[in-house]
Design a protein around this ligand. Sequence first.
Ligand code: DAH
Length: 339
Amino acid sequence: MKEQLNSLRAKGISELNALNNADQLPEWYHRYLGRKGELTSLLKQLGTLSAEERPVMGKVINEFKQELQVSFEQRQQTLRENKLNQELEIDDLDVTLPGRPCTTGHLHLTTQTLRRIYQIFQEMGFQVYEAPEVETDEYNFQLLNIPEYHPARDMWDTFWVDDEVVLRTHTSPGQIWAMREYAPEPIRVILPGKCYRYEQITPRSEHQFYQVEGLTIGKNIRLTDLIGVMSEFAHKMYGAERKVRIRGSYFPFTEPSIEIDMSCSCEENGCRLCKYTGWLEVAGAGMVHPVVLRNGGYDPDEWSGFAFGMGVERPALLKHSINDIRYFYGNDLRFLQQF
Ligand code: DAH
């Protein structure tokens, strides 16, 4: 048995050292150290030995097993290193070269603008409420007092997914989501998000853009509250020197409806930004229409509220004198890195 062991050792080790590829290792392991390998069959023969010889031989075989195990691991290590060295030579990789510097990204101009808007409204007690981007005709139009065939639908050129589903054309349907969640409690939320319109893409209009909607519902909420909130916003966002003016307007979901403008930074001298009018549009707004209040679950005899909606890209455009809205979605780093 000793002889068998010695020849096995010589054979095993020399075969192991002859391996030149790590892929061949499992086969060798199987043959010598595996459950059905040479060593196991030696161990099985222990039974044929006398009671005195058995423990002695058992110990020798176990030591031999360990020896093989260690040799195997060493060979494995060597083969791995060889492989790595080979690869390094082929790839001509200089591991001593310094790494490429990582450039850190930053927030997109739209996100920066949104966060500034959130901050200003947060200071006035508004929470951010998110509503779906893919909407039904019902939420995008009908519940906002825009029934089928209503001429006001022409204000929103719509991407239709099918007969009933649309990509929201404005953030106003979020008003219904918020009201239905909170009724009959007071509400003070802003609803930011992406909107879509089936429009020609030009330097002044994109078919995707962000809006921030605002909604306040309570007892005795009045138009003056709306004007106060919007003035505060304009002053914080654009500067305390801005004047705010109100024009009458029309939206189906508000009554009365207004448009809020602020004085241009050219201080009424006229410039290209304000098209020589001295004024810039800030938001559409108004008192929530009784029909909309009712659709949201509020009794219009008891509750009132105001709403507003504003663009996000356009103010950023004005602030940084950007002359083309298409840059916002162009992913051109030369543009983005400036902000
Ligand atoms: N949803 C309108 C639009 O996209 C903007 C708007 C106007 C929102 C008046 C309002 C509002 O909440 O009261 O053109």
